[in-house]
Design a protein. Structure first.
Length: 123
């Protein structure tokens, strides 16, 4: 693919973990998934490659669930399965509206950037 560099997040996470352990060999390293730390779907079938198996005992996987992100993710999964160019804009607007309504109940509340998205969607 021209101009597209796909990286395996596990490589970066493993390099980061090793860098932490070089500074503090006893540190517990927390690794978060992709997509706002919500996607850990391949942790079991494709674990991080660490030089020593004992390092696995000092590794913790962390995940976050954001209600607003779930609505948008659901929309994009639907989009992958059935893309309809004539209704795309309306479907995207609906997904963003639903996400903005639920986003206020998020564990951190809405953020200024999310408020801006909501203003544009509801305009």
């Amino acid at each position: 693919m021209v101009g597209l560099n796909i990286a395996d997040w596990r490589v970066g996470a493993a390099q980061g973990a090793v860098a932490v352990w070089k500074g503090n060999p006893d540190a517990l390293v927390i690794v978060q998934g992709q997509l706002y730390a919500s996607n850990l779907e391949h942790v079991m079938d494709r674990p991080m490659k660490l030089a020593q198996s004992c390092l696995q005992s000092r590794l913790v996987y962390s995940s976050h669930e954001y209600f607003w992100h779930w609505k948008i993710d659901h929309f994009f999964m639907h989009l992958v399965n059935t893309f309809r160019p004539y209704t795309f804009r309306d479907e995207l607007k609906k997904a963003l509206q639903q996400a903005s309504q639920v986003g206020e109940q998020d564990e951190f509340g809405s953020t200024p950037s999310f408020d801006e998205v909501r203003r544009r969607v509801h305009a």
